[in-house]
Design a protein. Sequence first.
Lengths: 92, 125
Amino acid sequence: MGRSLKKGPFVQQKLLVKIDKLNSANQKKPIKTWSRASMVTPDFVGHTFLVHNGKDFPTVYVTENMVGHRLGEFSPTRKFISHGNHTAKVSK
Amino acid sequence: MARLLGVDIPNEKRIEASLPFIYGVGPSWAKRILESAGIDPDTRTGQLSQEQLGAIVTAIQQTGLPIEGDLRRDLQLNLKRLQQINCYRGIRHRKSLPVHGQRTHTNARTRKGKKKTVGVVRAKK
């Protein structure tokens, strides 16, 4: 079920404050965050985030198209591993 | 074979059943369209007059639904956007794996296609 429209999008309060500060100072600097659930709002566009994925902080550069998605969607929590990597080891 | 809206050629079925041959019109929209055009859903498509066909076309356009090429393009654009912004759903689409969190340990054959058996290739001694 989607979130009630009455409440508006969820964004961590801390993040909003930081973005406001950067915007008013007209600065851009990467923001490290653990708040994967925060929605990308139009103020975020052009900023860079380091979004925690449980281990690292992949960089996420926010573009206009990303508005309405959540930060976590851009920072995968799983590593894709395929089969067939043993061969090199075996042949040694 | 009647021609409606350019490419579509619904055949000699009941009009209610032949409208869904248009990409973007399903059974329920077909009913609504016929109602607003004032046409009996049981008449055969071949027996409809030019004016009646015209009425159906205007009724479809009035719904404002994306249809045929427009709809296909919309869907493509949605996919493209997801893949371009590099979000989780886009990545899943790119790898042609299930997008909505289904398991992939087994099943998921619709997305993954026919089974490909993989095994470890051991070096020969």
